[in-house]
Write a protein that binds this ligand. Structure first.
Ligand code: BGC
Length: 699
């Protein structure tokens, strides 16, 4: 529908109809307007499957069956843009089949602390990685005619007091850490909707935040779609409209609609502002109406895709050579998660899976005639059960290898609450310690949405496979990796710290008196561990393979370049081992010297490359202006300063394989900030200040 047609519809709408359109009709639909041919829009969670509730007035009950794909922690660990697009396309097919117009996802909040109970729904601690993956996901979904909702905008980085707490964060940190994933997704993929957060940002609710919603999201980044509230995030409907919140969900909320009508009548709310919200909503409603509806989706095909995606996202954290499994005759399978797959997280993203691959069954299928003994190992609750440990130890002793399937229970980690610690349960820790002591060939398979600590048992484990919440086909994906049918290629999209007390937000988290201070500023994740030179359990970007990769011949398009031109970086990567595999090449940028403090290095490019044994491929990545820039609060803009930068090419944040140094020439003409409060150093450092200052000083 053209903009002229939409404007014509708006001109025929009454004030009451406009106000009604800006608030939901039910838990999942917008208000239709038959008189003018405006249909309803149906939205559903999200993000890693379609949670289509048949009764639109019900928030949660009995979602229709859909494929539960791996959650974002797992898909992010694939570092694979094409895979995220493929995932998005499959999700769109299911949305169409289930009559859903907009999928409520992806979530791109930063993993500020591993304690956040909802980290499983988020991609990374790094804004570049999260933004790139989200853009591919959105392009995948929307390319098939289904909308997305980029969430939760912004600084919803903890579940503790998530409905009210104020994230106290300075502008530079917002711009460089907490906003760029949203910015990239908006600029590269134009999500049909963006969902505001529940929390306050510097004292103002996300649902009313004019600077975030109107000035930055719409005016600066150019969001064309509409802003929707998180469910129940609106406190004052009129203030929210004034801030830039177009659609309030869920509905119905007659009193809110009435408040908007009255505010316009009393001159407290400009009708133009309401019209703008209506225009944005109508545009998407009609766009959705044009999209195909109703075909069935290929459940078996999508189950297979879920298995493939999980296989790409599993991360082999440690391996002393026990994996892949070869010639094993007797296997002890230990742990409740082997029989009850822990494949998704708790809360609004919970999918009614079409089928579930039970890890033990998948293993039996693959293990041929090997003998498999199963022991529960730990109970579903928090109790201590020494007898289960004794039984597991006996089984491990009698086997060639022990496989421990350990899932962090939902009572520890879920949407709605945070973790008090990063440990497994006491029973699980004791179980792993006892089994690894009895059987040197013990492999620990972990299920969790974000980092867990391992120091209490890691030394004894022969191998550790991070299997995340790996989606409904993850049970098979684990068997694929354990037996080497799939060579693991996942890499951590978040640092695994040694202890909770080592984490960047530790001192300020979770906040008090209604505020959480982002005191660590820019320094979250590897940015913090880098500057503190602090050891970690497993660094950002880490992940092992059954083969090895060599990096050679790093090169750049030009040793000296202008900021506006950017740079192309290439490196030759060779599979130097015995089997085919995939490597994630990571490009970090380090600024030698800047006028403001900067992280030691920052991820600014990556590529995943598949290589046969002995094969070499050239990986090429482009770095644009933003790869070198930082946000300067005094100039209120992104700035890349003259000088030298290192281009660090690595296999993880802690495994840099080669580097190039380049020189940037800035083309920016910045206003002069020198004044009587500037220091001598500042006067002398500024080419405009020096000639003025020198004669004055020598007088
Ligand atoms: C969650 C959103 C979700 C919405 C609808 C909220 O509580 O924060 O992510 O999309 O509910 O279920």
């Amino acid at each position: 529908m053209s903009m002229t047609d939409i404007r014509s519809i708006i001109s025929q709408m009454t004030l009451e109809e406009k106000a009604a359109l800006c608030t939901g009709a039910t838990a999942w639909t917008t208000t239709p307007l038959e008189r003018l041919g405006v249909p309803e829009l149906f939205v559903s969670d999200g993000p890693h499957g379609i949670r289509r509730v048949p009764d639109e007035n019900s928030m949660a009950i009995g979602a229709l069956p859909a494929t539960c794909f791996p959650t974002a922690s797992c898909t992010a660990a694939s570092w694979d843009r094409d895979l995220l697009r493929e995932l998005g396309e499959a999700l769109a097919e299911e949305a169409i089949a289930l009559d859903v117009d907009v999928l409520l996802g992806p979530g791109v909040n930063m993993k500020r602390t591993p304690a956040c109970g909802r980290n499983f729904e988020y991609f990374s601690e790094d804004p570049y990685l999260a933004g790139e993956l989200a853009a591919s996901f959105i392009n995948g979904v929307q390319g098939r005619g289904v909308g997305t909702s980029l969430k939760h905008y912004a600084t919803n980085n903890q579940e503790y007091q998530r409905m009210t707490i104020s994230s106290e964060v300075d502008e530079r940190t917002l711009r460089e850490i907490y906003l760029p994933a949203f910015e990239t997704a908006v600029k590269k993929a134009q999500p049909w909707t963006v969902m505001c957060c529940y929390n306050r940002v510097n004292g103002i609710y996300g649902s009313e935040h004019h600077k975030l919603l109107t000035e930055i999201l719409k005016d600066e980044w150019g969001l064309e779609g509409f802003v929707v509230s998180d469910w129940g995030a609106v406190h004052d409907r009129v203030a929210a409209l004034q801030g830039g919140l177009d659609l309030e969900m869920p509905g119905p909320r007659g009193r809110r609609v009435q408040a908007v009508v009255e505010a316009v009548r009393q001159g407290k709310l400009a009708e133009d502002l309401l019209d703008e919200g209506v225009r944005r909503i109508l545009r998407i409603v009609f766009k959705a109406a044009e999209a195909p509806k109703g075909a069935a989706f290929d459940a078996a095909g999508h189950h297979a895709l879920a298995r493939k995606i999980a296989g790409e996202g599993l991360v082999l954290l440690k391996n002393d050579g026990v994996l892949p499994l070869k010639n094993v005759r007797r296997i002890a399978v230990i742990g409740h998660a082997a029989v009850e797959a822990h494949f998704q997280g708790g809360g609004s993203s919970h999918i009614n899976a079409t089928q579930v691959d039970v890890p033990l069954e998948a293993l039996k299928k693959r293990a041929g005639d090997a003998q498999i003994a199963f022991c529960e190992g730990y109970p579903a609750d928090d109790s201590s059960q020494p007898a289960l440990i004794e039984e597991a130890v006996a089984a491990a002793r009698a086997a060639d290898v022990a496989l421990l399937y350990i899932a962090l229970p939902t009572y520890k980690e879920s949407e709605g609450y945070d973790r008090a610690d990063l440990d497994l349960t006491a029973q699980q820790t004791a179980l792993i310690q006892a089994v690894t002591a009895a059987q040197p060939k013990s492999v620990v398979v972990l299920h969790n949405g974000s980092a867990v600590t391992m120091s209490a048992w890691l030394g004894g484990a022969a191998a550790v496979l991070e299997a995340w919440m790996m989606g409904q086909a993850g049970g098979s994906a684990i068997a694929d990796v354990l037996f080497g049918d799939v060579n693991p290629s996942g890499k951590l999209a978040e640092t695994f710290p040694l202890r909770l007390a080592d984490t960047p937000a530790y001192i300020n988290y979770p906040g008090e008196n209604g505020k959480v201070r982002y005191g660590e500023g820019l320094f979250i994740g590897y940015r913090y561990y880098d500057v503190r030179e602090q050891p970690v359990l497993f660094p950002f970007g880490h992940g092992l393979s059954y083969t090895t990769f060599g990096y050679a011949a790093p090169r750049v398009s030009s040793e000296t370049f202008r900021d506006v031109d950017g740079l192309t970086v290439s490196v030759d990567v060779t599979n130097t081992g015995p089997v085919a595999g995939k490597e994630v090449v990571q490009i970090y940028v380090r600024d030698h010297k800047a006028s403001l403090v900067r992280p030691v290095k920052e991820l600014k490019g990556f590529a995943k490359v598949a290589l046969e044994p002995g094969e070499t491929k050239t990986v090429t990545v482009t770095l644009d202006f933003r790869a070198f820039a930082f946000y300067h609060p005094a100039y209120k803009r992104w700035v890349a300063e003259d000088g030298e930068f290192d281009i660090l090419i690595g296999a993880s944040a802690a495994d840099i394989r080669c580097a190039k140094t380049v020189t940037l020439k800035s083309t920016l003409e910045l206003p002069c900030l020198l004044n009587r409060e500037s220091t001598t150093r500042e006067w002398l450092d500024d080419p405009r200040g020096k000639p003025v200052f020198k004669p004055l000083a020598s007088r």
